[in-house]
Design a binder for this molecule. Sequence first.
Ligand code: PLP
Length: 382
Amino acid sequence: MDRSVAYLDNQATTPVDPRVREAMLPFLGQVFGNPHSRDHAFGWDAANAVRRSRADVAALVNADDDEVVFTSGATESCNLALRGVAKAAPDRRRRIITIATEHPAVIETVRDLGQTGFEVVILSVGSDGIVDLDHMDSMLNDRTLVVSVMAGNNEIGVLQPLAEIGAMCRHYGVIFHTDATQAMGRIAVDVDDWQVDLLSLSGHKMYGPKGVGALFVREGTPIAPVFAGGGQEFGLRPGTVPVQLVVGLGEACALAVDSWRADAKRIAELTNHLKAGLMESCPVIRFFGSMERRLPGSLSVGFGWPAHEVIAKVSDRIAVSTGSACSSDSTEPSRVLRALGLNDEAAASGVRISLGRFNIDKDVAAALNAFSRLPVAQEEYG
Ligand SMILES: *Cc1c(COP(=O)(O)O)cnc(C)c1O
C-alpha cells in the first residue's frame, strides 16, 4: 500500500482499528475452540468470547443480546432479513416496499423476491435523496409484508427518516428492515427509536474485520432461516460461528459506543473544512444529496468533469471513488444519482469523498491540493 496516498474512501471500507486487531489475535492462536463444543474448556472459552461480543453488538443498537445473529456481513444480513421474512410470510401479505437508492444487497434481493410471487414497490426519492413520507404512507397497507429502507446511503451519505417510517410500519403491522451498515459508529443507532424489527450491519464499515456482520432480529419477528445446517445462531444462521471475526466485530462495536460522538464531531469539522476549501477552488462545484441530513464525513461532489477522469487525476495523492465499489463500470452514470433526478452527465460526475476515524488535517490538505490541480470546468452542467 502506498502510504503517501490519503485514504478518503471510508464508505467503501474502513481500516481495522489496531485495538480490534489486538482483540482478535488470541483467537487466531491459543483460543481456537469451537464455540459450539459444550464438553470442554476450549469450547467454553470460545463461547464466552462470542457471548461477550454479542452483548457488545447489542449494546450499540440498544437491543437484547439474544436479538443479535452473527452473519458473514451486511449482504448476507440483508438477504437473510428479506428472504427470511418472505419465507415465513402469511399468504395475505405479499407486498415488499423499498427505495430506489438502496444498496444492491437490498435492491437485488427484493427484485429476486419479485420473481417468486411478491409484489415489489420501489419508491423514488426527491432531488435531496430522501423518500417522501406521504408517498410511503400511500403504498403501505395491511397486505404489505416488509419495508426496507437504508439508514445512511453508501454513495451519497443521505439519511432517511427512519423513525417516521418505523411508526408507519407499526401502524400497518408491517415488518421494518433497515440496512444500517453506513450508520454504525457514525450516528445514533437505536432499534427502539427507529422501531425497526430487523437491522443489518457489517464489521468492515466500522473499523472491524471483513467477512463478519450481524442481523438484529426483534424478538417475535416472523422469520425463517434460508440455509439448512446445525442449529447455530438461534436456528437462523447455521454454521460454526467465526470466533475471531465475531470478536473483532464486538470490539469494533464497543469502541463505537465509546467514541462515536467524538468521532462524528471531529470528522464533521474536517469535512466542513474540506467542503469550504473545495468551493473556493472550484467555481462550478456541486454537492449531491441533502446537505442537512447526511452522515458525518460523507460528500458526493461533482467537479464538472466525468468522475473517472477526476479520479484518474488525483489518485496519486488521494483515494476517492465513484461511489459504489460494488458496481462494475465506473464510467457509467450512477444509479443512485440518477434516482435524484440528475441527467446522465451530472450522474456520471459524482465523486464520493468519505472521511473516517483515522483521517487528520493532513489528509484534507492533500485532498484540497489534489483537487486544486483539476482544470476548471467552464459550464454549468446537469
Ligand atoms: C458495504 C455495504 C453493504 C455490504 O456489506 P458487506 O459486509 O460488504 O456484505 C451493504 N449495504 C451497505 C449500505 C453497504 O455500505
